[in-house]
Design a protein around this ligand. Structure first.
Ligand SMILES: [Zn+2]
Length: 287
């Protein structure tokens, strides 16, 4: 059960962020991106260009990987000849090392491109710390990139069955674990209990943290839990959940083999990883 986000795959080289001269050097490889679209080559893989071939834009230091320095430049629109593709589409197809760089770059680029004015005084902001900070030249406020915590949980019951659900916007057969954003003033464990109760009417007591996945669409950090249900009756919130079912391992295997249930893609989806952790191995099929 490979999971691309199990460990860091590039050194963010935070000590170099203070001076562009330290990292915008001739041997630095540059990723051109705009919003969630990145330059690619067939494979698919990321397309890297030398610093002197990169277009004007907002510069970001990504860091070092396998002895090579990597940066990104965020532009309004990636030129068509650079074959722009959304990282949302690309993620399951990318090599995990490149995915790590792409997710870092997209997270920062989207933040830089949507935070151009000071929220205190309205002045145009400039970028500092190699794209990891915005500073207001008028009132001096420092603006840091935001990460929004979301909980994602595999709910299991006393018989060790797992609960999977389908969002009303998804096609028939597409199932995943439950998930939701953490509210201000709320602990992660309380967010797990609240979301499960709201979405499927199940009471959860214990919630154990298992791992996390960054997902910059727009700026989430998905925190993965196993939640143990005290009740099993399902009362669905139709705005959030079209269908939900308890599965034992044999039932889930039969359902994915017959494609009655299709799970999120392996390696990049914490939802899939949580399901396979419970199942005890890899399952077939994917969105
Ligand atoms: Zn300001």
């Amino acid at each position: 059960m490979d999971f691309a986000f199990e460990r860091a795959r590039h050194d963010r080289a935070g000590n170099l962020r203070g001076s562009d001269e330290l990292w915008r050097t001739p041997d630095t490889r540059v990723l051109v991106l705009g919003g969630e679209h990145v330059a690619t080559i067939d494979g698919p893989a990321l397309r890297w260009v030398p610093v002197d071939e990169a277009p004007d834009g907002e510069w970001i230091l990504l860091g070092d990987q396998n002895g090579t320095r990597h940066a990104a430049v965020a532009v309004q629109r990636v030129p068509r000849e650079l074959n722009p593709v959304s990282v949302r589409v690309l993620a399951p197809l990318l090599d995990p090392d490149e995915l790590s760089l792409a997710i870092h770059a997209v997270g920062l680029a989207r933040w830089l491109q949507s935070h151009t004015y000071c929220s205190r005084c309205g002045e145009y902001l400039y970028s500092a710390q190699a794209g990891h900070l915005r500073v207001c030249p008028s009132c001096g406020t420092e603006h840091y990139p935001r990460t929004d915590p979301a909980v994602i949980m595999l709910v299991t019951d006393a018989d060790d069955r797992a609960l999977l659900a389908r969002n009303p916007n998804w096609p028939e057969g597409r199932f995943s674990t439950l998930a939701g954003f953490v509210e201000p003033g709320e602990t992660l464990e309380d967010a797990v209990r609240r979301e499960v109760a709201e979405e499927v009417g199940v009471q959860v007591e214990r919630a154990s943290y298992l791992g996390s996945q960054p997902w910059p669409f727009p700026q989430s950090l998905m925190l993965g839990f196993n939640a143990v249900a005290e009740t099993t009756e399902l009362v669905l919130d139709p705005k959030e959940i079209a269908e939900a079912r308890w599965f034992n391992r044999e039932e889930l295997l039969a359902a994915v083999e017959s494609e009655q249930v299709v799970l999120p893609p392996p390696k990049v989806s914490i939802s899939r990883w949580l399901v396979e952790q419970w199942y005890g191995g890899e399952l077939p099929g994917a969105w």
